[in-house]
Design a protein around this ligand. Sequence first.
Ligand code: SF4
Length: 436
Amino acid sequence: MWTYHPDLLATPVPRYTSYPTAAEFGPLSATHFAEALGNASGAVSLYVHIPFCEKICFYCGCNTGKSGKRQRLESYLDALVCEIDLVSDMLRSDAHVRRIAFGGGSPNAISPTEFLSLVDCLIARFKIDDPTFSIELDPRTFSAEWAQAIGSVGIERASLGVQTFAPHCQEAIGRVQPEGLIEHSVDLLRQNGITSLNFDLMYGLPHQSQDDLHDSLQRTVAIAPDRIALFGYAHVPHLIARQRVIDGNALPDPEERFAMAQLGHAYLTEQGYRSIGFDHFAKPSDPLAQASATGKLRRNFQGFTDDQSLVLIGLGSSAVSSFPKLLAQNEKNSGRYRMQASQSRLTTAVGIARTDDDRVRGEIIEALLCRGSATIDPVLDEPVLNALRPFIELELATLDNDQLSITASGLPYARVIAALFDTYRPQSVRRFSSAV
Ligand code: SF4
């Protein structure tokens, strides 16, 4: 049973898919990226960004645009191939790719034929070693031809943007997709080799009640995806202009959101899903649950992951690359990205060098969010002790010497507790969302 402490949730906090977070990125020269790339060895992962969707959802915070103009889409893919050529040439021969993730936007905004060409290009240019492929998909534009393409590449992991089954909530967020469409997409994916299927769901949506959420969860469990990510909708129209269409008065209040998060956690764990991190759930047989059970769960730009690589190379506009000592983001503007990449120039625009202190704090934050505990010895001082005190007094966390652990009732406060170790946070509060 969780207890609602509004004062502890009052300050927005990052989702910590990296530390430092993207809010701390500043101008970065491509030379830094080239140097980090040249030093990478061993297993590396690739993330390929397709910044297009056929229909744009009102709530979406991703870097994406309408796929309407064919020519724009084709020239983006041409530029992406130029970037793949350039980056693969700069990698050392002892760096081999073990994971390739396609995200966006919606990778299925491009045609299956274009997708297969892209995969062929990656395979031809990188040294690839028994890779694990994953892909994000929009069910509204998913087709049998796309499912066959997925099967022919041997992709085993897919994620469907479902969000809610409630028709009135779907209307309110600009994402209308009948249940039959989702079920059909799931059938196609299962028939074509997907063994780890994720559903993205949301609570805190406009006009959404606890009954609506419960109903969506029941329908989800009946379809039985292997993983479920249950995100709280972050309404930040001051940062994401397309969210201004959403009526802020129709959103559940913070206490209602908290109750929804609790409902989701209780229901999914009762149904046999393991709780992963602070907002994911997985069947015990799924690789994510196994990584969690063996202490190997990690957090990167795609959220919770079982990926153990220390190097993630982002390809495409706005894609972020992560190295032990550097975070680097490509040009976000798709026009500028196309121009630079097609001239065979690296498109690095912003990022941050990770200091030793950043790395220590990043490891603590990742450990707290992934494993629920961390050794905080390197940063344990009086201010940290004072900041932790309310959480310890309310039994949301325990501190045993230098071992900080988040209790079961502290789970909804995990991001807030992790944020206590973020030295940048006080400067960039407006950019984040509520922890629940
Ligand atoms: S399909 Fe996904 S990426 Fe595209 S607009 Fe909707 S939420 Fe954003």
